[in-house]
Ligand binder design. Sequence first.
Ligand code: AMP
Ligand code: GLY
Length: 428
Amino acid sequence: MSANKQNILLLGGGGRECTLAWKLKNSPLCGNLYIAPGNAGTGEYGTNLAVFVSDFEAIKQVCIDNRIDILLPGPEDPLVAGISDFFVADPALSHIVVAGPSKEGAQLEGSKAFSKKFMARHDIPTAAYREFTTESYDDGVAYLKTQQAPIVLKADGLAAGKGVVIAQDIEEALTAFHAMLKDRQFGDASSKVVIEQFLDGIELSVFALTDGENYVLLPEAKDYKRIGEGDTGLNTGGMGAISPVPFADSSFMQKVVGQIVEPTVKGLKAEGVDYKGFIFFGLIKVAGEPFVIEYNCRMGDPETEVVIPRLENDLVEMLLKMGAGKLNEVVVQHSTQAAGTVMLVSGGYPGSYAKGKVVSGLDNTEGSILFHAGTASQNDNIVTSGGRVIAITSFGGNIKDALAKSYLVADKVNFDGKYYRKDIGWEF
Ligand code: AMP
Ligand code: GLY
């Protein structure tokens, strides 16, 4: 491809963004790479800028000052807040390729009620549901009393991954329903609540990049959300991930594409929703059939830490093709090797934890790639600055081999209070 080098601004500062920075920097098409705000790891691949992902005016100035060609928002918040529309509407920014949907498209993640209605309109398999607001609170209570547990309650809006309750009995469901609607547990995000049927199955994450017309499928992945071994304890941002997913065989993936991915891309187009960017399908396999648990309008974290290293295409070229509406010209190539990632986290996470702990042993990590998640540079040290600290990704002939390499390195990298799950990929 004869495109010029592209100046790129990547928004975010976690393991996902460190992986994207690593991948973008690998491209011969990558010009200057900036990450806002980034972390100690992204600083190895580009220039970190002290700008918040939600500060659109500051982001605009960065784009103008650095002649940015491509904006890649890592997390959902700026997308749900409308950063794509902000760029389209501003003549100083409208030439920039934004790898993320319009505010309306981001509602697939930003509003559970929006995404459930969208799926209903396009016959996309998902759990049966009802939605309720403060006005229909009493109807909701009456409805819950007719239901079987377990049952799932979801705050409509973004709630930092905490807005979902899987109630084990109806009493617990009623308490959670009250907390969300009456006590506004999640503020405006819980002014509407979706109550849905509990689906019993195995989860996986599927990713597409779409230009609004065409799409390409990236390797699938599975993440491990619980803090404790054996998938126990509190939910976290993700303690590890694997790709490929052994139970996502080709007949299952055909169903995913035919029943979910294609109807989603076509449905967005048919409804005139402007969507150029990643679609993350949070799926569950129930008796061999795929159902959508949720959509996200971005890549997953820590799934990115295994999906992107397996992707062999040039990501900058893919984003340019996306911007030009030419993803039909891209054929995804990915490694036949398996990848596994293990997340080192701060002791106490996902509750409260200490920051500023010096990270050592970062040099002795051959055979693995370290993606920083919550780190900062302080004097000459790298210190912890978040709950999830470093993701260790390795390749192998199979998932076990890949993870065995990551676990060797997980032992060597140290900081006070380090914790990690020793059973990532345990089922395979
Ligand atoms: P969500 O934020 O919608 O992805 O929900 C968070 C997590 O709750 C999911 O990853 C699932 O593990 C679980 N979950 C959500 N909805 C359901 C459902 N209908 N049935 C079973 N588990 C669910
Ligand atoms: N790993 C799940 C997410 O990124 O939402």
